[in-house]
Design a protein around this ligand. Sequence first.
Ligand code: GUN
Length: 316
Amino acid sequence: MASVTSDIETPERGCPDGTPTAEDTEDTEDTTMTATLLDGELLAAKVRAEVTDRVARLRSAGVTVGLGTILVGDDGPSSRYVAMKHADCDDVGIRSAHEHLPADVSQAELEAVVARFNADPGIHAFLVQLPLPAGLDEERVLMAVDPDKDVDGLHPVNLGRLVMGANGPLPCTPAGIVELLHANDVPVEGKHVVVIGRGLTIGRPLALLLAMKRPGCNAAVTVVHTGVEDLAGLVRQGDVVVAAAGRAGLVTPDMVKPGAAVVGAGTSWEGKKLMSDVDESVAEVAGWITPRIGGVGPMTRAMLLRNAVRAAERSS
Ligand code: GUN
């Protein structure tokens, strides 16, 4: 077992977790832009500053916050994403630990690493990067994580807490999206939000979160997917649209109510270029829009750091 770093976000799971590669940013196409940009980089920097303070407070009380990652296999984007999470940890003073397991690792060996992280008092929170290679039982692995160390908020206990409205770690991308909308004064409470996609890491938990009676949420939420009849007609009803289907350019201007807020949360790769579910020309009709790079992804990573420091605060 070698120690390395790395992480992936698959389109269906849709977590756009990354900072761009050179190829991502090379693109300089110009669209006539009227929408306000939902700048995730800017807000993530503020969250990192807050986390840095909290980490420092814990350090002066003798606690070094520790975040662990487990990566199975050698998927390229996964590796890059995990590496970015470790870089983020360095940035805010969190100690990070990682385990890189071969793609043919057995279920028992993987669960043994999870058990070791569960028992390690220096690791306050950790994640197993998804998806796992074929042959490994993802559900069993997620359930093996100690719910108190579940930095993803994906353990059934924590998803159950979300359903109940009880305190617990929130899945990072949904939490980041709600924060991004709130920080940009996008009206959500009492509004109609259309979520495209019902994956475990974004669509399903986001719909629950947005419908909750809490500040920045309290919305009427419709969950749709790429197989529904009249997808465009349904999406056009949204005051806020969150696309988390993992299909490049799925949301086009004709599908958007003028002035709506449009969030691209799903990603896919075209070669080495990270694509958003939202076509860039949507900026011509939307009131707010996430950039293809630097929207939801940085917020996901920032929320991971916040979940990690919260886990450490709870256990100290
Ligand atoms: N892969 C894609 N999204 C996620 C996520 O939110 N958590 C983990 N662990 N893996 C992912």
